[in-house]
Design a protein around this ligand. Sequence first.
Ligand code: PMP
Length: 304
Amino acid sequence: MADRDGKIWKDGELVDWRDATVHVLTHTLHYGMGVFEGVRAYKTAEGTAIFRLKEHTQRLFNSAKIFQMDVPFDQETLAQAQCQVVRENQLESCYIRPLIWIGSEKLGVSAKGNKIHVAIAAWPWGAYLGEDGISKGIRVKTSSFTRHHVNVSLVRAKACGYYINSILANQEALADGYDEALLLDTEGYVSEGSGENVFIVKNGKLYTPDLASCLDGITRDAVLTMARDLGIEVIEKRITRDEMYCADEAFFTGTAAEVTPIRELDRRVIGNGGRGPITEKLQTLFFDVVAGRAPQYKHWLTLV
Ligand code: PMP
């Protein structure tokens, strides 16, 4: 990733991709306290547009606030910088990665007084769980690793260090021949994937875990809104893994994963073993929305 042409926005200016480096004594590199976003821009008939830029930028600032990191830029500046990075790299559709981290002034656990840095990079990134996954669904394994507890990690924040837990779960699932992991919370209820929120469909209703232990996903919110607008009843509640085995349909949502059906969990085939009809309806609408083909959701798009 490091050795390529292009521009990265770093602390207020565009620098060459290869020059966007940090020192090895960077605080965040040692202790993991940094915050980031995953954002996508899509090609639309009117030009490239970022999906829910305002919400992603707000969540980035919320994450920083939770960790008492004083971001040296305002939200408008970082929103415009995300557009600028997409434009400068001439990307039609891409993934955007804003990152806020703590500098290298000193390396004790206390980061008080260290400089806060911001970078924004963007690059092309296709279907996170594969094109086949989008159309046919993926195979998922319940992880032996538990999701963060809200009093251990503050899960409203999208924080660098939290992804150790995601990587452990994802590594285990892939090593066992699955496509992705499903993590349970500390009480054993379904929480989320390693980088996705999770939904099930049962008897025509849509269910997703409440926000106690999972990330407040922006795609999750979009799917809940779209489902309500389509007249589908949505319920946020605790979900058990056996409830998932017996669901009619299941799917993951996320900026990277978009809307990816789950066809199997722990070797139990879910529903018809493919992309269920409600999943397909929501997925189709989602791809119409991000491509600017659904006028009622145009307010979610920001042309770069
Ligand atoms: N949960 C986790 C742990 C994630 O990393 C992500 C990806 N950001 C999500 C859920 C989905 O969130 P969003 O739809 O905002 O990308």
